[in-house]
Design a protein around this ligand. Structure first.
Ligand code: FAD
Length: 305
């Protein structure tokens, strides 16, 4: 993809989308989140997910947010859950509480070391070792209690910083599927060929569950650079060039962000991919613009303002 590619209009098939949110830290952020949720609800997403803060720091806020989504919206919410700084029993208690609140979809993750991304992950002495151990624990607990969770997991088209190599990563992803995962969501990326090559390798390695591309909607390029460095995602030169000079121009940054995301999705649609997971950062506007560029219109009453 290059910035010279021209958007020619939406593909013939409308995509299926899902949205990721993070739990709000204060009332002001809560206001923004719930406004975004109600503006995005008419897009009839396949599901929406809510992240779990590093080190389990947002445990209660994640729980509250997901429960409220289940209670007050027509959305199908998924709760992210990590193994960090928690015993197995603590984690399973959280899962039970979700089940009892009508939340039946978990995004099961290992998570980062409490010291931060990039530090070596050490499991809690009584905790789950890694994401596969977590999925197995969730499945055993669910089987004992007659629960039937849908489990999504992460994957990394450009490899995770802890990766022992792509061949290992594919085996690891296949093991997540064997343990009970039914969907993988990728780390963000900007080059469609990176995702398509990963998809091909994963499928050749026996991964049959859908691998949904994670599409980043971060208009703050400095912030994006910091995150990309920590999680080893590459940012192409043309992206640097596009954002260059927009530091004090939020409108232009937003316009670039939605267009870049839509163009990436269109390239993937041309390769047969129809499902996209948007990292919304709790901002409805960019997600709505991107959906619009892809030809996805509000499908239920209450058109977004
Ligand atoms: P895994 O996929 O389990 O492991 C990452 C890589 O490390 C693997 O690909 C594998 O190569 C290697 N690895 C790990 N364990 C083993 C092992 N036992 N044997 C062999 N190889 C191994 N973080 C949060 O704190 N909260 C969130 O809500 C959150 N949501 C996320 C959602 C998505 C879609 C993605 C892509 C990431 C998310 N993260 C979140 C970040 C994630 O927690 C970090 O990337 C973390 O470092 C890895 O957790 P994981 O479950 O993705 O790792």
């Amino acid at each position: 993809m290059s910035p010279n590619d021209i958007i020619t209009g939406p593909a013939e098939t409308t995509p299926v989308v899902s949205f990721e949110f993070f739990p709000p830290k204060n009332d002001k952020m809560a206001g923004r989140l719930w406004e975004s949720v109600s503006r995005l609800e008419p897009m009839a997403p396949d599901f929406v997910s809510v992240t779990y803060g590093a080190g389990g720091s947002t445990r209660d806020r994640t729980h509250e947010t997901v429960r409220r989504m289940a209670r007050e919206t027509s959305l199908s919410p998924a709760a992210h859950l990590t193994c960090v700084s928690a015993t197995k029993q603590d984690v399973l208690n959280v899962a039970d509480a979700y089940w009892n609140a009508g939340v039946k979809h978990i995004v099961a993750l290992r998570g980062d070391a409490p010291e931060g991304m990039g530090q070596k992950f050490e499991p809690h002495p009584d905790g789950f070792r890694d994401s596969i151990d977590l999925i197995e624990g969730l499945q055993n607990n669910a089987a004992d209690k007659g629960q039937d969770f849908e489990i999504s997991v992460s994957c990394y088209p450009e490899s995770h910083p802890d990766s022992r190599g792509m061949a290992d990563d594919i085996q690891f992803l296949k093991a997540k599927q064997d343990a009970g995962a039914s969907r993988a969501i990728t780390q963000f990326f900007y080059d469609p060929d990176i995702y398509l090559a990963f998809l091909e390798r994963a499928q050749a390695g026996g991964v049959t569950m859908p691998i949904i591309p994670g599409i980043m909607l971060q208009p703050n390029f400095e912030g994006l650079k910091r995150i990309a460095k920590l999680c080893a995602a590459s940012l192409p030169d043309w992206l640097h060039a596009l954002y260059d000079g927009t530091e004090n121009d939020g409108e232009t940054r937003d316009l670039i962000t939605a267009n870049v995301a839509a163009e990436l999705c269109q390239k993937l649609q041309n390769a047969g991919i129809q499902k996209f997971h948007f990292y919304t950062l709790n901002k409805a506007g960019l997600a709505l613009s991107t959906c619009h560029l892809l030809g996805l219109k509000p499908q239920s009453s209450g058109a977004p303002q």
